[in-house]
Design a protein around this ligand. Structure first.
Ligand code: NOJ
Length: 527
């Protein structure tokens, strides 16, 4: 297979990367589930948007107990999505349009339907590839330790034979034992498998969770290194991965949720991962001082290791931006998600438009989650239709993540807003979804889609210089990178005077009658 356009080797340092959640992107065969045929048919749309790369959330064979993050076979495409041959075609066709492909590798766990786990359940030596332990209590009736699943409930499930196995996520996602050489070897082979197929990068799921303290101690009262978050032995794994990626000119982006910036930066040392997601920006409320602090901290933590920052406003796990910014609490926190949170969508949309210009002006790479470029809000999925395990495992209090995973609207006048299905899609689209359709926005210069297109096209005017903050009133963010281009964002309650400039390149909304920048509006200016 051909490698995608090898023109620039440092493309990832400033790329715009579009996240494709295949199941909800476009339905090519009409069965209600998005698929590779749907993506292939929409490649011209993605090229028109101007993105440099596509990140596909897991497209491998999976029982879909966690939206594909429960992988049964890393070398096969899920039949609901298509075939391996089709994935190869997709990678090649995207490459012809100058778009690179990033796949998602899930090394912390596999599906309980993965051949290794099935063999382990049958009592084979594969048990060593997982974490099986006897329980505590007289009859072994208590879990081996006090760890909790990220989705709620204990991180252990008991088998009929009395043993327990560890799963940091759903019970259908048993954790692998990364101390075992077979686990390491297998993942290195899987990387090569996809690099051989022309993939330009890999997103690493739950990248800081793989290694476990072999004693599996309780969390409560523990001192010293965490028994499963950010353990030192992980860096060895990623050094080995890096040498494989280097042989193919491929890159990594790690999903690394860590509050400690020094520990975070270790993953980005020159012989480890190229980039990692920056979640402080994603979780930050719509507040000038806090955003500025999040930006400064991010740039400062990346600087010593020479890695570019990544800027993400939303993804398939979090509340969509226009909804989040339209609420009283504009930050994001998994712990406080609730049903029925009052939301002012017009306000959220105005802010999300300004945030788009802010993030696309910052130094580093930017991720756009499918539908973000359409200004889609978080959908309220009827409770009986929710599939995300986060909902059920919270005891029904957490709405889960399906609200940001609803199938995209492509054509307003077609059934299911042109998603392509002949029957109702796997998640229902809410009333009014068609008004966000691509064909509605395409010809409208005031649409969110038009703003994203223009911003992605213009973004190179900022150059690759470092960010310099400019003096600005309270609540206003103003910075430059190239000498003569400025980004100004007004988060204050009153209109702001613009700094001296010779031209307006792009605005997230119109200026007021006095030429001032209204609240919740951003502009790119020629100085
Ligand atoms: C992070 C992924 O983004 C999320 O969707 C998934 O549920 C967990 N990792 C577990 O794989």
């Amino acid at each position: 297979m051909g490698q995608p356009t090898p023109a620039r080797t440092d493309w990832w340092r400033s790329a715009v990367i579009y996240q494709v959640y295949v199941r909800s992107f476009a339905d090519g065969d009409g069965d209600g589930t998005g698929d590779l045929a749907g993506v292939r048919a929409r490649l011209p749309y993605l090229a028109g948007l101007g993105v440099d790369a596509l990140w596909f959330t897991p497209w491998y064979r999976s029982p879909m107990k966690d939206g594909g993050y429960d992988v049964a076979d890393y070398r096969a495409i899920d039949p609901a999505f298509g075939t391996l041959a089709e994935a190869e075609k997709l990678i090649a066709e995207a490459g012809e349009l100058g778009i690179r492909t990033i796949v998602d590798i899930v090394p912390n766990h596999v599906s309980d339907q993965h051949p290794w786990f099935r063999a382990a359940l049958a009592g084979g030596p594969e048990r060593e590839l997982f974490h099986f332990r006897p329980g505590r209590g007289e009859q072994g009736e208590l879990p081996p330790n006090d760890w909790r699943s990220e989705f709620g409930g204990p991180a252990w499930t008991r088998l009929p034979d009395g043993d327990w196995y560890l799963h940091l996520f759903a019970p259908e996602q048993p954790d692998l034992n990364w101390a075992h050489p077979t686990v390491r070897r297998e993942h290195e082979d899987v990387l090569r498998f996809w690099f051989e197929r022309g993939v330009a990068g890999v997103r690493i799921d739950s990248a800081a969770l793989l290694a476990k303290d072999p004693r599996l101690p309780d969390l409560a009262g523990g001192r010293g290194p965490h028994p499963y978050v950010d353990r030192d032995e992980l860096h060895d794994v990623y050094r080995a991965w890096r040498s494989i990626a280097d042989a193919y000119g491929a890159v990594f982006v790690g999903e690394v949720w860590l509050p400690d910036s020094e520990r975070f930066a270790r993953y980005l040392r020159p012989d480890e991962l190229h980039t990692a997601f920056n979640f402080s920006f994603l979780t930050c409320p719509w507040d000038a001082a806090r955003l500025r602090a999040a930006i400064d901290e991010t740039l400062a933590e990346h600087a010593p290791v020479g890695a570019p920052a990544t800027w993400v406003l939303c993804n398939h796990d979090v509340t969509r931006t226009v909804t989040r910014y339209g609420r009283a609490d504009t930050g994001f926190d998994f712990a406080t998600k609730a049903f029925g949170t009052p939301t002012e969508l017009a306000l959220g949309t105005r802010r999300a438009r300004a945030a788009a210009l802010l993030s696309l002006a910052l130094p580093g790479s930017v991720y756009v989650y499918q539908g973000e470029e359409l200004g889609l809000p978080e959908a309220e999925v009827p409770v009986e239709r929710i599939q995300d395990p986060m909902h059920a495992r919270s005891g029904g209090t957490d709405p889960g993540r399906d609200g940001c995973r609803v199938p995209l609207p492509w054509a307003a006048g077609e059934p299911y807003a042109g998603f392509g299905s002949r029957q109702e899609p796997w998640l229902p689209q809410p009333a009014g979804w068609a008004s966000y359709a691509v064909d509605r926005q395409q010809g409208d210069p005031a649409s969110v889609l038009a703003l994203y297109r223009a911003a992605i096209r213009l973004r190179p005017v900022f150059g690759d210089g470092p960010l310099t903050w400019l003096p600005a009133p309270d609540g206003v963010l103003a910075f430059t990178r190239a000498e003569d281009v400025l980004c100004v964002v007004n988060l204050a309650g009153t209109p702001a005077d613009l700094p001296p400039h010779t031209g307006l390149l792009l605005g997230s909304g119109p200026l007021d009658d006095d030429g001032r920048l209204p609240t919740d509006t951003a502009v790119w200016l020629r100085a």
